[in-house]
Design a protein around this ligand. Structure first.
Ligand SMILES: *Cc1c(COP(=O)(O)O)cnc(C)c1O
Length: 238
């Protein structure tokens, strides 16, 4: 059990290194976020023991319970927790108090609440705006036309640090489509930086498309299945 997580982590690191080499980018430019949603705290501990320190969670209650469990299991482990799922207003306080990053900011109200609720003794919450790059009604995230206004507003919030943009393209194996989706985010990063913001993070790429994302400039890939295995049960609580 623990063996396969360590081996999978190694394989994913190799994939990232190979993709960086192909793109002529240094591999330290790309952070691996291990998406541990639906997996128990013990698997996070195993991944930590294999050298992984950043973990992503999609569901507030599940994530907070796991964070607390890890504080008991490994009080000395400096784990970094990223919230990457849809976020409702009534759950922002828990996220503001427990996570280091939020990738799924999709409206000003959520960002304002997170800023107000972030403890002054904690470092600012690191955040990304989630962009709907595929134009599907079902997907969360802001439309590209909304990026500029929201980015400048979020950048003003005192307890948040705007770091970047995040996307989840529609499921596809078409490299041209992936290139277009990821390229859209990279172009917006350049545009926002030209306007005086400091956008250093492109959160894009998952188990099946991390190579395309890295080729397009990703600085953080969010990988679940390729590390922990196929998720078996659907989750509906957020
Ligand atoms: C589940 C999830 C991932 C990981 O997806 P895999 O295909 O299992 O690698 C990445 N990002 C988000 C936002 C997710 O919800």
């Amino acid at each position: 059990m623990s063996q396969h997580i360590a081996e999978n982590l190694h394989d994913v690191q190799q994939r990232i290194a190979a993709a960086c080499a192909t793109a002529q980018r240094p591999s330290p430019d790309v952070t691996l976020l291990a998406v541990s949603k639906t997996w128990p705290a013990e698997d996070v501990l195993t991944a930590w023991q294999a050298g992984q320190s950043a973990f992503g969670e999609n569901y507030v209650q599940e994530g907070v319970a796991k964070i607390e469990r890890l504080r008991e299991l490994a009080p000395q482990a400096p784990l970094e927790w990223h919230f990457i799922g849809p976020l409702q207003s009534n759950k922002t306080a828990l996220v503001a108090q427990n996570f280091h990053w939020v990738h799924s900011i999709d409206r000003l109200k959520i960002a304002q609440r997170l800023s107000q609720q972030r403890d002054v003794h904690l470092p600012p919450l690191q955040v990304c705006l989630q962009v709907n790059v595929s134009g599907e009604d079902s997907k969360s995230g802001i439309a590209p036309a909304e990026i500029e206004a929201l980015a400048h507003e979020v950048a003003q919030l005192p307890r948040l640090h705007l770091r970047g943009l995040m996307c989840i393209p529609e499921p596809t194996d078409d490299p041209a489509v992936l290139q277009a989706r990821f390229g859209l985010l990279r172009d917006w990063q350049a545009r926002l930086n030209a306007q005086g913001l400091t956008i250093d993070t492109l959160s894009m790429g998952m188990s099946h498309d991390l190579e395309e994302a890295i080729a397009a400039g990703s600085t953080l890939v969010r990988v679940g299945t390729a590390i922990f295995g196929a998720r078996h049960y659907p989750h509906t609580n957020s």
